[in-house]
Design a protein around this ligand. Structure first.
Ligand SMILES: NC(=O)C1=CN([C@@H]2O[C@H](COP(=O)(O)OP(=O)(O)OC[C@H]3O[C@@H](n4cnc5c(N)ncnc54)[C@H](O)[C@@H]3O)[C@@H](O)[C@H]2O)C=CC1
Ligand SMILES: O=C(O)[C@@H]1CCC=N1
Length: 262
């Protein structure tokens, strides 16, 4: 089996890194990008096969589209003459549903995914939905491949915009939060690299507690806040600065943009 990635930007190259790391020989992955230096650099790093034309990438059994939603029209025009019925095309584009993709590419067998860049280290949580024309074997192949990048969740398409906000986009919020914590430590006199390491470790541990302790997050907050202690001062300050409201508004803004992508 051969798979290809058309467009090797931030998201597609993160998936390539995740899949390549799980295979001794990554040459079954064909990478194609408009800027060839990007393809060559990723091929040198991961061992994938570098393609110089879209026709080469179009030969694969599973084609992943890694371009931006606005660039799909251009790619569709280039790919249409080469697509065969038995090929599976996988789109990671925000805001583009299966019907729109099928119409754009004149192709029936489509999988839609919403990954995140933590795929590069095997920790994406990725949703997927398939069109009726996708066979059980094709779905299994694609899901198995992508499991190298993290966990896979079958999701009804109408939930994709919400998922896109809390899983596809939210890593950016989490990175921002860790940087903000570390920067606050810098202001108090700690060096940034060690502060960032500490902040990231605390976030990782907190995520494990939420996932594994069977305890509601608010109860965990209460466990950290000793009566009359230090943490409650910080929690009250976050609330006074509308922390939760800012998070809710941010998630809503992502969903609105996803639902109105042209
Ligand atoms: N960045 C992220 O965290 C996530 C992105 N996505 C989706 O992934 C897709 C890509 O997004 P990013 O990686 O952020 O964008 P990006 O701009 O980093 O990557 C796009 C890549 O496509 C290449 N490209 C553009 N036109 C091309 C063409 N005609 N032929 C070949 N290559 C071409 C560009 O050179 C670039 O390397 C989007 O559809 C986005 O919605 C989904 C989930 C998360
Ligand atoms: O910002 C974007 O449009 C993409 C989709 C989800 C995360 N990044």
């Amino acid at each position: 089996m051969k798979i290809s990635f058309i467009g090797l930007g931030n998201m597609a190259s993160a998936i390539v890194r995740g899949i390549a790391a799980a295979h001794d020989d990554a040459s079954f992955i064909i990478g194609y990008n408009r800027t060839t230096t990007k393809t060559e650099a990723l091929a040198a790093e991961t061992g994938i096969t570098a393609a110089t034309t879209i026709e080469q990438a179009a030969q694969a059994d599973i084609l992943f589209l890694g371009v931006k939603p606005q660039q799909l029209h251009e790619i569709a025009a280039q790919l249409r003459p080469h697509l065969r019925n038995e090929q599976l095309v996988v789109s990671m584009a925000a805001g583009k549903d299966l019907n729109a993709l099928q119409a754009l590419f004149g192709h029936d067998a489509f999988m839609r995914i919403m990954p995140n860049v933590n795929a590069a280290v095997g920790h994406s949580t990725t949703s997927y939905a398939v069109s009726d024309a996708v066979t059980t074997a094709q779905q299994l192949q694609a899901v198995t491949l992508l499991e190298a990048t993290g966990s896979m969740i079958a999701l009804p398409e109408e939930q994709f915009a919400i998922f896109s906000a809390i899983a596809g986009a939210a890593p950016a919020f989490h990175y921002l939060y860790m940087d903000a914590i570390a920067r606050a430590a810098v202001k108090e006199g700690m060096a940034k690299p060690i502060a960032l390491q500490i902040a990231a470790d605390a976030v990782l541990g907190s995520a494990k507690m939420v996932l594994e302790s069977q305890t509601h997050p608010i109860e965990l907050v209460d466990q950290v806040c000793s009566p009359g202690g230090t943490t409650i001062e910080g929690v009250m300050t976050l609330k006074a600065h509308s922390f939760e409201h800012a998070v809710h508004e941010s998630v809503h803004a992502v969903i609105e943009k996803d639902r109105t992508f042209e």
